[in-house]
Write a protein that binds this ligand. Structure first.
Ligand code: KG4
Ligand code: ZN
Length: 340
């Protein structure tokens, strides 16, 4: 079954064609980072307009890459939550039009669950597993019992991990998009140079808080009252601060993922979302998984950040279980009624 995936929840316009939930026939992503960079964050109105301009060319590129015509598509999967409503609506409208014109099934997909599923593409998936999705908008732990069943067991109480990377990049004057820039700046830095706070919350908590570490970096540069603009650091010191910040965030993510995996008595763990592209995080989770005997799943680097392969893959599993939607499908800003 060939599923067309469409993703427009934030600032990536993406389309993919995936056969049987695992074979990638085409994967096209048009990033809008160039448009939002000068505002220091995603501007919803600009994102919606850019999706509108880019979606048809992206769809055409995906079909060309796969050497397929529209008729070859068996079903359409589209991100329906969570995300910017105006942005989601662009993808949903295109998906509905295609489903209607081609007379094919349509299925709405949860973007966070899709970040988990794409980690399971390369190795045979063994459930149950605990999954950490760390992205620009969310830091969430799930207990996954099948490709389509994911129960939220922990989430951030303030900033998401990726958001902290993005804000600290701003404080350090590195620009946009923060995560990869902080990672690059941290290269060669001493991760123990600064002891930034690692907020673990209560001893048994699976929730996260990253606003403290972000503020600690700000105070380190501007002093306690933070009234002065952050000072520009010499490159050696910049590398040390970036590495120390990265280490603090990574330590918390690894600790909570392992804590959740032990608590839920699973044998496998998964890591997904844009922050999963961070090499220090991947290495530390991999080492911890090895030493505690867990099977570890994570996507290749290019499938950590937003893409439509993950949407098509999860769509396939939902369709196989008879979980198709119809043309009344709608979009929602939140991951579920229970997730902020
Ligand atoms: O999953 P994603 O592409 O979009 C959302 O669903 O939000 O995640 C984007 C987030 C951004 O905050 C970005 O700075 C972060 O992932 N990110 C990284 C890295 N690459 C992307 N954070 C740390 N290290 C990276 N290498
Ligand atoms: Zn995402």
């Amino acid at each position: 079954m060939i599923v067309l995936g469409i993703e427009t929840s934030c600032d990536e316009t993406a389309a993919a064609l995936v056969a049987d939930g695992e074979k990638i026939l085409a994967n096209v992503v048009a990033s809008q980072a160039d448009l939002h960079g000068r505002f220091g964050g995603v501007v919803p109105e600009i994102a919606s307009r850019a999706h509108l301009e880019r979606l048809l060319p992206v769809l055409t590129s995906a079909l060309n890459e796969a050497h397929l015509s529209l008729e070859a598509i068996d079903a359409i999967a589209v991100t329906s939550r969570p995300g910017l409503v105006g942005a989601l609506l662009v993808g949903l409208s295109a998906a509905k039009m295609l489903a209607w014109a081609l007379n094919r099934p349509i299925v709405g997909v949860n973007h966070l669950e899709a970040h988990i599923i794409v980690a399971l593409l390369e190795k045979e998936a063994k459930f149950p597993l605990v999954a950490l999705v760390a992205s620009g908008g969310h830091t969430s732990l799930f207990l996954s019992t099948s490709f389509t069943e994911h129960r939220l067991i922990g989430q951030t109480t303030d900033d998401a991990a990726g958001e902290a990377f993005d804000k600290v990049a701003g404080i350090l004057g590195l620009g946009y998009l923060g995560g990869p820039l902080v990672e690059k700046a941290a290269r060669g830095g001493n991760p123990k140079a600064q002891d930034f706070p690692r907020s673990l919350l209560a001893e048994d908590s699976l929730n996260f808080s990253f606003s403290g570490v972000k503020t600690a970096v700000l105070y380190h540069l501007s002093g306690q009252n933070a009234s002065k603009p952050p000072k520009k650091l010499p490159s050696r010191e910049l590398a040390d601060v970036a590495a120390s910040f990265q280490e603090a965030v990574v330590d918390v993510l690894v600790e909570k993922l392992l804590r959740a995996a032990h608590r839920e008595r699973v044998l496998s763990l998964a890591l997904g979302g844009g922050v999963a592209a961070n090499k220090t995080l991947r290495e530390k989770v991999s080492q911890a998984a090895d030493s505690d005997g867990f099977t570890f799943y994570t996507p290749p680097l290019n499938l950590c950040t937003d893409n439509a392969v993950m949407i098509a893959a999860l769509g396939y599993h939902k369709l196989k279980k008879g979980l198709a939607d119809d043309l009344t499908l709608d979009v929602y800003p939140r991951a579920s009624e229970f997730v902020a």
